[in-house]
Design a binder for this molecule. Structure first.
Ligand code: ADP
Length: 399
């Protein structure tokens, strides 16, 4: 008999250049029903793909315009046409920054939205977009419970030494400290390791989350002990359009010599740097790999990306006092054998040895059987973590 109660949870997850959403049926254990993916969102090339749980494509269409909310309108038009919109019981959103206050998922209220607005300057890339998505849903479904899940929460375990900048102490107390991001992804990976790796899951693990935004996290006993993103998602690795680490003195120099206003600096560091800035060609690793043989700027951008990542693995192996496992994840980490190979080249001294053939198959485990360090590729699934959090928050309210 058909259950007429609303029984689906929608998750919404905005990356730097993508919008990922998913619909889970939760009449019993949560079960993925649809994955929704907008590539190159906000550009004229934006494309919406919707697949069912068996990965069969249900829709693959150009959105055809880059206007505000064009992606959300395309998604909800399709969901309504297919009868899914009336089944919604709740929505969960990935919020990149929880600031010092939010270390656990929260039910979304007007008060919370007001607090999130205050946090938006800390994460100009995603938070305003996420708030826009929440408001869009509130307009369509005013009664729908919505839950915010924070990417900073997993790093609540960072020791003070990994949290501090060497700035005057009063700034730490004002909240200028290292928060870390990609926490929902790390949470999923830790759960997956606990389910598949036994004791090794409690060992010394480094997670390389390499997507449009990239970060690295050192994990011991399932807890974050250091992470490459800091006060904002700008610190650390080279990313698609973000610089990662830069000497603050270089930034002062650029500002002092009239190269950029504070707003211009924000655009420069967040939108015009990284792979795009160094190559002058593209923020997408795929484009750069295609051009690297003929264009030295593309080759240098890729080399810098891999070198910075390798350097951080060395640093985090030191922070952990050794290394048991490396995990590659997200768009680049899951799909690019060449990038994985180049990062791991030179890490033999730590006991990292890849199996060439397994690596090129994007296998779940890509290390050589004799490698001291196990190397895994894990398809991260922030959405399933969000669904668990939504159920826990709603369950907690009923209890
Ligand atoms: P986001 O940070 O937006 O969530 P993703 O984790 O989805 O990003 O990663 C998107 C990035 O993954 C793209 O910008 C692209 O550079 C990269 N990517 C996707 N597929 C491949 C591939 N087959 N080879 C190399 N890079 C890829």
């Amino acid at each position: 008999m058909r259950n007429v109660q609303p029984r689906s949870i929608l998750t919404m997850n905005r990356g730097s250049g993508t919008l990922k959403a998913a619909l889970y049926e939760v009449s019993e254990a949560p079960r993925l029903a649809l994955t929704i993916y907008v590539e190159r969102t906000g550009t004229p090339d934006a494309r919406l793909r919707i697949k069912n749980a068996e990965s069969a494509t249900l829709l693959d269409a150009a959105i055809g315009n880059s206007e505000t909310n064009a992606d959300l309108e395309a998604i909800f038009t399709w969901l309504s046409e297919q009868g899914h919109a009336s089944e919604l019981m709740a929505a969960g959103h990935r919020l990149v920054h929880g600031g010092p206050r939010y270390t656990a998922p929260q039910r979304i209220t007007e008060e919370l939205l007001a607090e999130l607005h205050k946090l938006a300057p800390l994460d100009p890339d995603h938070t305003p977009e996420a708030i826009r998505g929440i408001r869009f849903l509130t307009q369509l479904f005013p009664e729908l419970p919505q839950v915010a899940c924070f990417d900073t929460a997993f790093h609540g375990s960072l020791p003070t030494v990994a949290r501090m900048y060497a700035l005057p102490r009063k700034f730490y107390e004002e909240g200028v400290r290292r928060y870390g991001f990609h926490g929902l992804s790390c949470e999923y990976i830790v759960r997956e390791l606990q389910a598949t790796e036994g004791d090794l899951a409690g060992g010394r693990v480094i997670v390389l989350h390499l997507g449009s935004g990239s970060s690295m996290t050192a994990i011991r006993n399932g807890k974050s002990v250091d992470t490459s993103m800091g006060f904002t998602p700008l610190e650390g690795l080279v990313m698609g359009t973000r610089s990662g680490d830069v000497d603050p003195g270089a930034i002062l120099y650029l500002q002092g010599h009239g190269h950029a206003s504070p707003e211009g600096m924000d655009t420069l560091l967040n939108k015009q740097s990284g792979l795009l800035g160094v190559s002058g060609i593209s923020a997408d690793v795929r484009d750069l790999l295609q051009k690297e043989a003929s264009d030295s700027r593309a080759a240098e951008a890729i080399e810098l990306f891999c070198y910075r990542a390798r350097k951080y693995v060395g640093a985090y192996a030191a922070a952990l006092g050794g290394l048991d496992m490396l995990v590659f994840s997200a768009g680049i980490g899951e799909n690019s054998p060449v990038i994985r190979e180049r990062i791991c080249e030179g890490l033999q001294f730590l006991g990292v040895k890849l199996d060439h053939s397994l690596n090129h198959k994007n296998a779940a485990s890509i290390s050589d059987p004799h490698s001291r360090v196990k190397v895994r590729v894990i398809h991260t699934d922030e959405d399933s973590v969000i669904v668990q959090h939504v159920l826990a928050v709603l369950g907690g309210e009923k209890a």
